[in-house]
Ligand binder design. Structure first.
Ligand SMILES: Cc1cc2nc3c(=O)[nH]c(=O)nc-3n(C[C@H](O)[C@H](O)[C@H](O)COP(=O)(O)O)c2cc1C
Length: 353
């Protein structure tokens, strides 16, 4: 039986974090059910306002923080004692208000990727029990964050998630040309980061492997290779509890290995998705003259020059069921989805006696 996962002051019965999936793929229902089963459930902040009762077409940023707190409440109704956290992307325009909303909403863990969360400890200074977990794809990124946090705030990360650009879903922290070359070694990075914290600070910081973990064999492999736990996202999409539309889940059930590929996001990062409709995604914006209404990202080519496509509305369309023109993010394992199961069944398969 794998050891529990200790992240700061919080102990999860199983060493599993459910990866944050933006624009309401992992909202309160999925996160709450994962936490109820003994993992760490994450509500993703990005675009949480969309398809919520709080958004009226004009108040995006205000609705973001309100909808975010509402989803945290929903998760706690499902798992009152569970470990419920959030995923907030550093690249979001409203990164800081969302982090503040997360702590106000009772998040126990804050996971941050898509940029280096250099000021995160300052934003949460009044809530020292909230665990802070950066996502890094390289040893260097983890070192930069740790050195800054240690020097400026006398604090280290409570865990680090190492996301493998060759397998993970959504935005990836590596240049397009370096993905899929076979150069990247996920577990060498896991061990390197572990070793860095031990040698530089004498600290045993949990390191979590994300990307490509699907079944019990993958989980056991990750632990044997030196990870303290895993973060899994793609596997949780085809569950009854996942907050996506049935059509979104059906795309996973129907897709083939070769339908999964890389797109260039307007955020300037590559992203992994089902790419069979990528031309229709751009076409939709051309036909509808989609304006940049939200300004959801700090940097975005669509916002700045109209290049590529509006990512938050493309993700929103698929979340609601328009998978013909919407963007369906997924990891390389999405084709393995065979049926809609429950979160409990996945935990039983991964951790059952
Ligand atoms: C549909 C989808 C949406 C995602 N959205 C986010 C996000 O908003 N923020 C983030 O940091 N990571 C996001 N990710 C990455 C996951 O949290 C996770 O780290 C990664 O997908 C793990 O690999 P796996 O999907 O193979 O388990 C997303 C992944 C998927 C599949």
């Amino acid at each position: 039986m794998p050891k529990p996962l200790k992240i700061g002051k919080h102990i999860a019965r199983y060493p599993l974090i459910q990866g944050g999936m933006g624009v309401r793929i992992s909202a309160g229902r999925l996160a709450g059910n994962v936490a109820k089963c003994g993992g760490v459930g994450l509500v993703a902040a990005a675009g949480i306002a969309l398809n919520s009762e709080f958004y009226n077409g004009r108040n995006y940023f205000q609705a973001e923080t309100e909808a975010f707190k509402a989803e945290l409440r929903k998760a706690y109704e499902i798992a009152p004692d569970g470990i419920i956290g959030v995923n907030v992307m550093v690249a979001l325009s409203d990164f800081e208000p969302l982090v503040r909303a997360a702590v106000e909403g009772g998040a126990k863990v804050i996971v941050c990727g898509a940029g280096l969360p250099m000021s995160l400890p300052e934003l949460t200074a009044d809530h020292p029990d909230v665990a802070l977990v950066p996502i890094a794809s390289s040893i260097r990124a983890a070192q930069l964050i740790a050195r800054k946090w240690h020097k400026a705030y006398n604090r280290l990360p409570d865990a680090v998630v190492v996301e493998d650009p060759d397998t993970a879903g959504g935005h990836l922290g590596e240049k397009m040309e370096n993905i899929g070359t076979g150069e990247y070694d996920q577990y060498a990075t896991v061990r390197g980061i572990k070793e860095f914290f031990l040698s530089e600070y004498g600290a045993d910081v949990p390191v979590i492997a994300a990307g490509g973990v699907w079944d019990r064999a993958d989980l056991e492999h990750a632990l044997a290779e030196g990870a303290d736990g895993v973060q899994m996202a793609t596997r949780f999409v085809c569950t009854e509890e996942c907050d996506a539309s049935d059509e979104f889940k059906q795309m996973y059930l129907d897709c083939k290995k070769e339908d999964i590929g890389l797109i260039m996001s307007p955020a300037g990062l590559p992203g992994r998705a089902i790419i069979t409709n990528k031309d229709r995604m751009r076409q939709y914006d051309l036909e509808h003259h989609t304006p940049c209404r939200m300004g959801c990202l700090k940097k975005c080519t669509y916002k700045e020059t109209g290049e590529r496509f509006c990512i938050v509305t493309a993700l929103d369309r698929s979340q609601r069921g328009d998978v013909d023109t919407g963007l369906v993010f997924c990891g390389t394992n999405a084709w393995k989805s065979e049926r809609i199961s429950t979160v409990r069944e996945i935990f039983a398969e991964l951790f059952g006696e």
